[in-house]
Design a protein around this ligand. Structure first.
Ligand code: SF4
Ligand code: SF4
Length: 336
């Protein structure tokens, strides 16, 4: 059953999602022009490093233990720090207010709802096993980067040729995508039509990291039991299958602060996002997201830590020699 959603929350969320989608598309388009332009004067957009989360994670640990924000992909590190803080303060709002893949997932499951009249949820046991896959993937990355690599190994990786070429490699991966990779991506897209948030719920390690951090967030969806009529509309509206109508406080790593349950609730002040005893309105939440994003990026620009130190000449060399073993993963660092 389609639940009617009231108030401004979903309009604000769509505005936020549209802004970050357009910013991502503009950044991607500028990066393509930079890589394929023949001296046309298009500069490399540093924001493209938002799509280098591993470089960001390595950079973040290096920053934490040495105090040095690396100059190879500083924007990757700054953006990851921003999104992790977002997870810590604002729950998993990154997934439902910022991430373009979250938006795509939402569009796809809504299409599935239109096509089939409903979405399909795997049986509880299968769902639980599948949900743990993203934590497994995250664990593998964290084990290698956070626990095993010391400052020397991190520096070898950061300043090595593989990481220097990471953004160019990412672009060429999509431009020259193999039939197998295309098939995998296509199957994720197709599975996301009948199954709500297939990628985000089961596979995305970024979502897993934010989900784990969100458990520490001081913001929580809270239900006022005395005024609740037990209509279950909140549970029906929740894309994460959280049984909101049975809870006093939502304590779930799958809650992405989408406000759908709040917007579905017909009784005023019965279901709200709370910070302590204060209600966090969708408008305030929207501005907090923007404040964090623009605060971090502006601080990085002011500190001259947004642009990286790789010259255009070196980029031309990387682009021309991208297939050489010099830029292969084996070159990432002798210790790895
Ligand atoms: S509990 Fe509410 S805010 Fe959290 S995911 Fe479900 S609908 Fe969205
Ligand atoms: S919290 Fe609101 S939407 Fe959920 S069961 Fe109670 S009255 Fe219904």
């Amino acid at each position: 059953m389609k639940v009617k959603l009231h108030g401004p929350s979903q309009r604000l969320r769509r505005t936020s999602q549209a802004f970050f989608l357009l910013a991502s598309l503009y950044t991607g388009w500028k990066f393509v022009l930079f890589v394929h332009g023949s001296g046309g004067g298009v500069s490399r957009p540093p924001g493209v490093e938002a799509f280098l989360p591993l470089s960001g994670l390595v950079g973040l640990k290096y920053w934490a233990i040495t105090g040095i924000l690396n100059s190879i992909h500083p924007a990757a590190t700054v953006l990851l720090a921003c999104f992790l803080l977002m997870g810590l303060l604002l729950k998993r709002g990154f997934c439902s207010w910022v991430c373009p893949f979250g938006l795509l997932s939402e569009v796809l499951w809504k299409l599935g709802e239109k096509l089939f009249g409903k979405n399909f949820k795997p049986p509880a046991a299968v769902d639980a096993v599948l949900r743990s896959v993203k934590y497994l993937v995250l664990g593998l990355f964290l084990w290698d980067i956070v626990f095993r690599m010391d400052a020397g190994a991190l520096a070898t990786f950061i300043y090595g040729p593989y990481n220097r070429a990471a953004d160019i490699k990412m672009l060429f991966f999509f431009e020259r995508i193999s039939a197998f990779s295309l098939l995998v991506i296509l199957s994720f897209v197709l599975l996301s039509i009948p199954i709500k948030n297939f990628w985000c719920r089961y596979l995305c390690p970024y979502g897993a990291l934010l989900g784990a951090l969100s458990l520490l967030s001081p913001m929580k969806i809270k239900r006022n039991i005395p005024t609740c009529t037990d209509c279950k509309l909140c549970t029906m509206a929740c894309p994460s299958y959280i049984r909101v109508h049975q809870l006093k406080t939502v304590l779930s790593d799958e809650c992405n602060a989408c406000y759908r349950c709040v917007a579905a609730c017909p009784v005023p002040h019965t279901l709200e996002l709370k910070l302590g005893r204060k209600t966090v309105s969708p408008t305030a939440y929207f501005f907090l997201i923007l404040l964090l994003f623009f605060g971090f990026t502006a601080a990085a620009r002011l500190a001259h830590r947004w642009e990286n130190s790789i010259t255009d000449k070196e980029y031309r060399y990387i682009i021309e020699h991208i297939d050489s073993p010099e830029f292969s993963h084996r070159s990432a660092g002798g210790k790895r």
